[in-house]
Ligand binder design. Sequence first.
Ligand SMILES: Nc1ncnc2c1ncn2[C@@H]1O[C@H](COP(=O)(O)OP(=O)(O)OP(=O)(O)O)[C@@H](O)[C@H]1O
Ligand SMILES: [Mg+2]
Length: 283
Amino acid sequence: MDDSQRVSILSEALPYIQSFSGRKIVIKYGGSVMNHNILRDAVFRDIALLSIVGVRPVIVHGGGPEINIWLKKLNIEPKFENGLRVTNEKTMEIVEMVLMGRVNKKIVQGINKTGASAIGISGLDGNLIKARELASKSHGLVGDISKINSKILDPIIENGHIPVISSIGSSKEGVNLNINADYVAGEVAASINAEKLILLTDTPGILKDKKDHNSLMKQINLKEARKCIEENIISDGMKPKTECCIRALAQGIKAAHIIDGRIEHALLLEIFTNAGIGTMINA
Ligand SMILES: Nc1ncnc2c1ncn2[C@@H]1O[C@H](COP(=O)(O)OP(=O)(O)OP(=O)(O)O)[C@@H](O)[C@H]1O
Ligand SMILES: [Mg+2]
């Protein structure tokens, strides 16, 4: 690429930079895309770039694969039902250690290394996430969100820092609960009035046929999304992801995107180009 191409690309991005400047974008960084070193650094650089051009990114992270590695070291078999982890007390200890200890700090460190400033918090800090056990009690210490106390995020965001949130909340009774990070991202997006919700994961987006990577659904509305869940076209980890988009859109978020975190600079492609990538769910 010569200098004039480089300058023209920068110039083309200007309208997007202007329209998103000062706006909040919630990014769910899926555990499924954290393993690749080069990609991980690219994601951190993209987040830093967004922050430096005036966008206000808020990160919510998962950590499924890393939790599974630590469970296996302790001879505990991971168990999922309906895309949610069945979480007994022993599993919860590991979930807490891995998410709030290892994964959160790795992301904070990775973003800070780029020159931006990230602050790691969990849903416990400042009572950010109040939760209750699932009504069905089917998954043990798994929670549904009852309230996001987004006030504690405001000063962090306003001072130019990037919040990095682990998806653990606490109940009224003071019991810590494991919450699917997709749900946290959706509710945080709604509560801070974010411009966009972007979920980075390990597939091209929502596929019509899970085995066919060419069957990407580029754009679907709420009704179609619900139908895909009913018909089991969307299952496993994609189910909470789609549900969180539906809830966020119902609460006034304009657009929710499920995109492939394995593509280098997926975030910039989504935010700063006309075509975008992955699946956009709109209201
Ligand atoms: N229709 C569908 N299209 C695409 N993926 C689907 C579909 N239905 C189910 N899936 C599954 O959903 C998975 C993505 O959810 P998963 O929970 O595994 O990742 P994640 O949320 O990014 O990671 P983490 O839960 O650790 O944060 C895909 O890898 C795929 O196996
Ligand atoms: Mg998931």
